[in-house]
Design a protein around this ligand. Structure first.
Ligand SMILES: NC(=O)C1=CN([C@@H]2O[C@H](COP(=O)(O)OP(=O)(O)OC[C@H]3O[C@@H](n4cnc5c(N)ncnc54)[C@H](OP(=O)(O)O)[C@@H]3O)[C@@H](O)[C@H]2O)C=CC1
Ligand SMILES: O=C(O)[C@@H]1CCC=N1
Length: 280
């Protein structure tokens, strides 16, 4: 990673913090190389400065022309205003990366100068412990050098996958929103464990270790998930009963509905923004 590289986050919420935390803790960048701004919450900028040593700056003092990479991290509804506000302040050799759900590279390109380099990114909050599954889709104008730079930067927060942009909504449904499904699973495990007399914190340890073990098996072993499942399932055993109950109660359907729900919402955000008055 170039030592002088400067990265600016516009948006200082949960996702920006998860990424900043990964980037600073892995020493991919020194804190001085990272700047963050938001719309108005100065207390939040101070909090991020105190926690990570990075520079927090209010929008009108934000030196956007001095950075190499700009990472957009506001809500999708605020993207258009932000893109238009930076359009005339940035240069073609600066890369604009967006982590916003549903914001396409073409939407960014249309709201910036014609030759602006943009990259669509979808991380998740496991960035905070450098375990994100992050996808990137480069825009039309971005150089190979800057795609490599983006990959190296995002490697600080976990694994990086370069995907076709038409897979980005699906990726968002699986991985961007994905951690929430596992947290929901754990909330329910804890609840059931508690109802059956187990201490919730012990149940959390046990449940999380089980998820971690299964995840590592799927990453490290060659067997398919179906084979790994069969390996646990004794005839007339406990697993067979558990899996039968899961199927009878719509387990597979629920997983499909969750991923498709998130994926369709990502598509819907794109369509809504493309219809907005400024865009037409
Ligand atoms: N949370 C997650 O798990 C993931 C989120 N994402 C994406 O990340 C984005 C941010 O989500 P999240 O961090 O949860 O959101 P938050 O609501 O926590 O944070 C949004 C931030 O954007 C700032 N902001 C809004 N408009 C502007 C503007 N015009 N200029 C500067 N700053 C602005 C807000 O500032 P202020 O507080 O001052 O108004 C705030 O700091 C979303 O688009 C989401 O799709 C992607 C992957 C995972
Ligand atoms: O819920 C959201 O819209 C964002 C995008 C992916 C995860 N969180």
């Amino acid at each position: 990673m170039a030592t002088k590289l400067r990265v600016a986050f516009i948006g200082a919420g949960n996702m920006a913090e998860a990424m900043i935390s990964g980037i600073v803790e892995t020493k991919t960048l020194e804190p001085e190389q990272v700047i963050v701004t938001n719309r108005s919450d100065e207390e939040r900028l101070l909090e991020l400065h105190n926690k990570y040593g990075i520079q927090g700056m209010v929008r009108d003092r934000f030196p956007i022309d001095s950075v190499d990479v700009i990472i957009l991290a506001m809500k999708p509804k605020d993207a258009e205003t932000c893109l238009l506000s930076i359009k005339d302040q940035i240069r073609p050799n600066q890369v604009v990366m967006s982590v916003l759900a549903g914001i396409s590279t073409s939407f960014m390109e249309e709201h910036l100068q014609a030759d602006q380099q943009v990259i669509r990114v979808m991380p998740n909050t496991s960035s905070m412990i450098q375990e994100s599954a992050t996808a990137i889709s480069p825009g039309e104008n971005v150089t190979m050098k800057n795609v490599k730079l983006a990959k190296a930067l995002l490697k600080a927060i976990g694994e990086v996958y370069v995907i076709e942009e038409d897979q980005m909504d699906l990726f968002t449904g699986i991985a961007g929103s994905g951690p929430a499904y596992y947290y929901y699973l754990m909330e329910n495990i804890e609840k059931i464990a508690n109802e059956n007399g187990m201490d919730p914190s012990q149940a959390r340890q046990i449940g999380a270790q089980t998820i971690l073990g299964a995840a590592k098996m799927m990453l490290e072993r060659e067997e398919s998930p179906a084979q790994l499942r069969k390996n646990i399932t004794s005839k007339n055993g406990t697993t067979a009963s558990g899996l039968e109950a899961l199927a009878e109660n719509g387990g597979g359907k629920a997983i499909k509905a969750a991923i498709e729900g998130a994926m369709n919402r990502s598509k819907e955000i794109s369509h809504q923004l493309e219809k907005s008055p400024v865009h037409q």
